[in-house]
Write a protein that binds this ligand. Structure first.
Ligand code: BEZ
Length: 224
């Protein structure tokens, strides 16, 4: 049994949940910001501890981008409160400034299709995989990724994707392999040649390829 698979562009479902900071309504908690919801198999586990520490250290970077992080783990809010002390110690931080959803009954994990049938608790109940959902200020799903429990996520990559999402929603560009903030971008294939000079006053370089097609158009990252 599981919820409906979520696709990019879908309305992200609202939910109510318990967290270490009290009960929340997800939409109300988001206010008018973006959110990153990332799940974990269980409290007091090593890889999860490194991930929650990393996100705690990156809070200023998420704030700069108008993104609120929220974690989920398959244990109770009381358990989360104890675990947070370990996370603060590991991260060498005096405070822990984002909520962890207490999904000990797997209700949200089921609703959002996050259960990993290969990863079981000591009682034989499936745990959540390492899912990441990036939800924009209109409550639309903009990115989802699923990692197995044994592979910790790269949160610099998640910030990089958020930068790309926020850039490409207003400019007629896409970001190439290994792009980073400030790097060269590709002109969208849908941009007509006659519109290029007006849209890209900074200039566009077209790379010649054997097919003779002019689709590899490179430009400096457009300014805000
Ligand atoms: C961990 O966070 O280290 C972990 C949790 C569940 C399975 C494997 C690793």
């Amino acid at each position: 049994m599981s919820g409906k698979a979520l696709n990019i562009g879908d309305q992200f479902p609202n939910f109510q949940a318990q967290t270490n900071e009290g009960n929340i309504d997800f939409y109300e908690w988001m206010t008018d910001k973006w959110a990153i919801l990332f799940s974990h198999p269980a409290d007091f586990t090593p890889v999860c501890t490194t991930e929650l520490s990393r996100v705690a250290q990156l809070i200023p970077e998420f704030n700069k981008r108008g993104v609120k992080p929220i974690a989920l783990s398959c244990d109770t809010a009381e358990s989360h409160k104890g675990w947070i002390e370990d996370i603060k110690s590991y991260a060498k931080l005096p405070s822990f400034d984002y909520p962890i959803i207490a999904d000990n009954k797997r209700e949200l994990a089921l609703k959002l299709n996050m259960l990993d049938k290969d990863e079981l608790s000591a009682e034989g109940i499936p745990l959540t995989c390492r899912a990441v959902f990036v939800v924009d200020d209109k409550k639309k799903l903009r990115l989802s990724i699923l990692y197995p429990a044994t592979t910790g996520r790269n949160f610099d990559e998640i910030l990089r994707v958020i930068d790309s999402l926020q850039l490409t929603q207003t400019k007629s560009v896409a970001t190439p392999a290994d792009w980073k903030q400030g790097g060269q971008c590709m002109v969208l294939p849908t941009v007509k040649a006659e519109d290029v000079p007006k849209l890209f006053p900074q200039g566009v370089q077209t790379i010649e390829v054997p097919s003779g097609k002019s689709y590899l158009r490179i430009t400096a990252q457009p300014k805000d």
